[in-house]
Structures are given as structure tokens and as C-alpha cells.
Design a protein. Sequence first.
Length: 255
Amino acid sequence: MSLSPARLDRFARHIVLPEVGGAGQVRLAESRVAVIGLGGIGSPALQYLAASGIGHFALVDDDVVETSNLQRQTIFTTRDVGYGKAVSARRWLANFDDTLTVDVSDARITPDNAASLIAGADLVLDGTDNFATRLAVSDACVAAGIPLLSAAVGRFQGQVAAFAGHLAEEACYRCFVGDAFDAEDCDTCADDGMLGAMAGWAGTFAALQAVKVLLQGVSTLGEPGWGRLHVLDGLEPSLRTIRIAKDPACRTCGA
């Protein structure tokens, strides 16, 4: 694949970076990312993933845009209120870059349909807000051999981690949270609140990590950092990293 003069001009600031270069930009153009959840994390992450030159997206979200979303879900406007998030996100992408290939689904991810919704992806970015969905996505990623970038945010804290549980020595998301969270029982931002800019920090940090994963082997941007949980504290502010060990007894990726 080669980039047209228009694409070379659009991504010139990437291409002049030795850590990305022309080969890296071509890799991004060829990549397909499934974004699961288009809320506070998915919105800013999608903006920067599209801006980075990733050429193909699968967007999955069963929710509709509400007025209260606009405080942090940056791809939506007042005109989108009442419409599906996946369709509205596709409309944003079409206005931003009409060369992108975009598939959308307004289905709710379950263990039964997760595999089909992420099929063909080079990377899955999960920004959903409940453990049942996150575990269904993680299990499907391990089974399909697809890397998972998991991001979460609440109040003034964010968490971002890359998982490759399909690899023999690497942890999966279930190794991190265990089996106790398969029910949809976690707190929501409606209950606890969230600083809008905190969602932006977590989402854009996730986008940066996603580019690292996609460019593995063709650039010197850095290692994916499998199994490293980055904890973002918006009040300090600070960032610390925790290593997640593979659980040999994990029912998804363990022996």
C-alpha cells in the first residue's frame, strides 16, 4: 500500500517522526480497530485514532446520546441527542475524514456475539462501563488472538492497560479483575460523577497506547507494555504503573 499525495500531506507531522515514519503511517492506514463503547473514553480516543490515520473502524455501542453525555463525550453535539451513539460517531468520522471505512453496530455486546463484533480487528479498544461487557470482550479477544486495550475512568482517576492474553506469558483482563465481576453491578459516572477533562485524558492516553500496539514491529515508538496498568490521577496529577501477572488458573487464558 502507498499513500496518496493528499494523505502524505495530511500525515506529514507523523511521517517526519523517526519513531513512526512512512512505514508506520502505512501500517496505521491498513489497520482496523474495533472501538467498543463510544462514551467518555471512546469519544476522544476515536478522534485521535482517526486523526492518526487508522483507516478502518468497527464502532459498537447500543446506547443513545443524552444531554448529560455532552459534558465529556466530545464527538457528540446537541443535534445528536436522541440518536444512536454508533451512528452519530460514524457521522462524525465521515465529516472528519471521508476516506475511512466504518462499520457500526448498535447491538449490546454479550458472550454470544462478542466474537462476531470484533472479527477482523487488529486491536480492540474497550471503553465500556460495566464488567460483564468488559469480560465478554476480553474473552473474545483471547479466543481470537486480538490484542485488547482496556480503559476506564471515574471521578478523577483513569486506568489504561494493554492485554495480550492469547500469548503464553501475558495476562488477560480476567487475570486482572477475576471472575467475581461477570455481573453488571459496577458503579457508573451518573452515581459518582466525573470531571469531563479526566475522560479526555484517559481517552487520549488510550489512543497513544493503541498506536504503539499497532506499530509494533514497524516502528520504534515503543513497546506495547502488555499487562501494565497505567493509573492516571487527575488530582495530583500523577501517573503510576502496576504490573499485572498472568493467573495460571485464569479460566480464559490460564493453563
